[in-house]
Design a protein around this ligand. Structure first.
Ligand code: BES
Ligand code: MN
Ligand code: ZN
Length: 494
C-alpha cells in the first residue's frame, strides 16, 4: 500500500472512496461543507435522516455520489467539537475498519483536514496512516481461512493546503514505519509456541540484521550465559528441551559517543508456570508471554526503516518455561549475574528471573536509559485491565516522558508506585531475595524485584500483561507498546 499526501480539490479527486469527517451538529466542518455543497446536500440529508449520527466513529458508505469524482463517500462521525487525541484515534480505527472491508483499491481521506485538540497535521497523518496499515494485518501462517485480504493499494491524504503537504508526508512515512513495527510484533505474538521458540526468535533477529544494514545481531548461547553467571535466566530454561538465548540487536543511527537507549523485552515463548504449573483454562494464551520481546523486534524494525539519529539496543532474554525432571523447583536457590542469590519460591514468577540477568547485562552498554517491557503479572491485568500498561520507573522525568508518549500515541500507560514499603516485602530466609512478594500488589512487588537490579542507570518497566493481546474476539496480539516506544524514541531525536 502506498500513501501520498497532496493538497488538492477533494471534489475532483478520482478515487474509489473519499473519506469525509462529519459532525453531529449541523455546523459542518470545512471539508464536509465543500463535499456537501458539491453533492447538492447529500451529507446534510443523511445527517438529518439519522442514517449517520455523527457521533465519533459512526459511519455510512454512500455509492455514486453526484457532483464529485469519487465513486463512494465514507462519511465518518467526529462528534460535535474538535476531537481530542483518543477520539481521533477511535475515528481513524473505525474508518480503517470500513475501508479494509470494502472491495476498493484506492481511497482518499479528508481526515487530516480537521482540527485535533493539541495536535498538528503531522500527528494526524501519522495516526491515520498507522491505523490504516494496522487494520490490514491478517494472521496467515497456520490458518489459510484468513485469506480475505484487502486490496487497498493507493491512499491519498488530502491536505488542507500546500504548506501542510510536507508535514502530512512526513507523518505518512512515520505512520507506515510504526505500523510495520506493530504488525511485526503482532505476528510474532500470534505465532504458536511450537513455531515461535527461543531459537526461532534468534533466527528472526539474525534475519533483521541481514535485511537492514543499521542493525547488528549477537546471540548468546547457554554456554556463554553460563560463563557470564546468568544463573537466574538459565534456571527458567532448565525444564525445557528448548535452549535459552540472549539476543542483542544493536541499531546504530548516531555516532559511537552517543549513549544508547536499551530496551529489554521478556521473551518467554511459552509459560506453563513450570513446576508451579498454571491451571488449564486459557493456558494457550501463554504463547503471548513473549510479547515484550515482540515489541522490541517491532521497534527495531521501525527504527531501521526510519533511520533516526539514535543508538538503540534491543535485548531479548528468551526461554520456554516448562515442568520436567530437570526443571527448577520451588525452594531452589539460584545465583544471578549480579551475584545476588534468589530463592525461587514460585517457578511461575519466571519473567523477573530472565529479566534480572538481562538488566545486569545491559550495564555493559553504559545506557542513557533502560526500558524493559514484559507480560509480567496477572495482577497488572486485575489493576488496569486491557486499556493501560503498568508503568514503573526509578526516575520521574523518564516516567513523565513515557506517559506523555503513550498519550500521544493512543497507547497509554499508567504509573504505579515503587515505594520502599513494597520493596520491603521481598525478604528470603535462604537467599538475598525471593522471587515473589506478599499477598497483594503483585505487579508492584514484581517491579520492585527488577528494581533491585537497575540501580546503576535510569530505568523504567512497562507491564503489558493486560495490553499485549486481546482474549476476546477478535483474539490476537495488539502490537502494544510499539506506538508508545516509537513516540518516546522519535521524541528523543534532536
Ligand atoms: N506471564 C505471567 C503473567 C501473566 C499472567 C500475564 C496472565 C498475562 C496473563 C507471569 O509469568 C506469571 O505467571 N506471573 C505470576 C506471578 C506470581 C506467581 C507471583 C502471576 O501473575 O500469577
Ligand atoms: Mn509465569
Ligand atoms: Zn510469564
Amino acid at each position: 500500500m502506498q500513501v501520498v499526501a497532496r493538497a488538492t480539490d477533494p471534489t475532483t479527486i478520482k478515487t474509489e472512496c473519499l473519506v469525509v469527517p462529519v459532525g453531529s451538529n449541523s455546523k459542518l466542518n470545512n471539508p464536509a461543507k465543500t463535499i456537501d455543497k458539491a453533492t447538492k446536500g447529500a451529507i446534510g440529508r443523511h445527517l438529518k435522516s439519522g442514517d449517520i449520527s455523527g457521533r465519533p466513529g459512526s459511519s455510512l458508505v454512500l455509492h455514486d455520489p453526484e457532483g464529485i469524482a469519487a465513486e463512494r463517500l465514507l462519511l465518518i462521525g467526529i462528534g460535535d467539537q474538535a476531537p481530542d487525541t483518543e477520539t481521533f484515534i477511535k475515528i481513524c480505527r473505525e474508518a480503517s475498519k470500513v475501508l479494509r472491508a470494502l472491495p476498493i483499491r484506492s481511497t482518499a481521506s479528508l481526515l487530516c483536514q480537521i482540527k485535533i485538540v493539541g495536535r498538528d497535521k503531522q500527528w494526524s497523518a501519522t495516526q491515520f496512516t498507522r491505523l490504516l496499515f494496522e487494520a490490514g494485518y491478517v494472521y496467515r501462517k497456520t490458518d489459510d481461512k484468513n485469506n480475505a485480504a484487502s486490496k487497498l493499494g493507493k491512499v491519498t491524504l488530502v491536505c488542507p493546503d500546500p504548506t501542510t503537504q510536507n508535514a502530512c508526508k512526513k507523518g505518512a512515512i512515520q505512520g507506515e514505519a510504526i505500523a510495520t513495527g506493530v504488525n511485526h510484533a503482532r505476528y510474532l505474538g500470534d505465532l504458536p509456541g511450537n513455531i515461535c521458540t527461543p531459537r526461532y526468535l534468534a533466527s528472526q533477529a539474525r534475519a533483521l540484521s541481514r535485511k537492514y544494514a543499521s542493525i547488528k545481531t549477537r546471540v548468546l548461547s547457554e554456554k556463554q550465559m553460563q560463563e557470564l553467571g546468568m544463573g537466574a535466566l538459565l534456571s527458567v530454561a532448565a525444564g525445557s528441551k528448548q535452549p535459552a538465548h540472549l539476543i542483542a540487536m544493536e541499531y546504530a543511527g548516531a555516532g559511537k559517543s552517543v549513549r544508547p537507549i536499551v530496551l529489554v523485552g521478556k521473551g518467554v515463548t511459552f509459560d506453563s508456570g513450570g513446576i508451579s504449573l498454571k491451571p488449564g483454562a486459557k493456558m494457550d494464551e501463554m504463547k503471548y508471554d513473549m510479547c515484550g520481546a515482540a515489541s522490541v523486534f517491532g521497534v527495531m524494525e521501525a527504527l531501521a526503516v526510519l533511520e533516526p539519529r539514535l543508538n538503540v539496543i534491543g535485548l531479548v532474554p528468551t526461554v520456554e518455561n516448562m515442568p520436567s525432571g530437570t526443571a527448577t523447583k520451588p525452594g531452589d536457590v539460584v545465583t544471578s549475574m549480579s551475584g545476588k542469590t534468589i530463592e525461587v519460591l514460585n517457578t511461575d514468577a519466571e519473567g523477573r528471573l530472565i529479566l534480572c540477568d538481562a538488566l545486569t547485562y545491559a550495564t555493559r552498554y553504559k545506557p542513557e536509559v533502560v526500558v524493559d517491557i514484559a507480560t509480567l503479572t496477572g495482577a497488572c491485568v486485575v489493576a488496569l485491565g486491557q486499556h493501560a500498561s503498568g508503568l514503573f520507573a526509578n526516575d520521574q522525568p523518564l516516567a513523565d516522558e513515557l506517559l506523555q508518549a503513550g498519550i500521544a500515541a493512543g497507547d497509554r500507560a499508567w504509573q504505579m508506585p515503587l515505594w520502599d514499603n513494597y520493596d520491603e516485602e521481598l525478604k528470603s530466609n535462604f537467599a538475598d531475595i525471593p522471587n515473589i512478594g506478599g499477598q497483594g500488589a503483585g505487579s508492584i512487588t514484581a517491579a520492585c524485584f527488577l528494581g533491585r537490579f537497575t540501580k546503576e542507570y535510569r530505568w523504567a518497566h512497562l507491564d503489558i500483561a493486560g495490553t499485549a493481546w486481546k482474549s476476546a474476539a477478535p483474539k490476537g496480539a495488539t502490537g502494544r507498546p510499539v506506538p508508545l516506544l516509537m513516540e518516546f524514541l522519535l521524541g528523543k531525536v534532536a
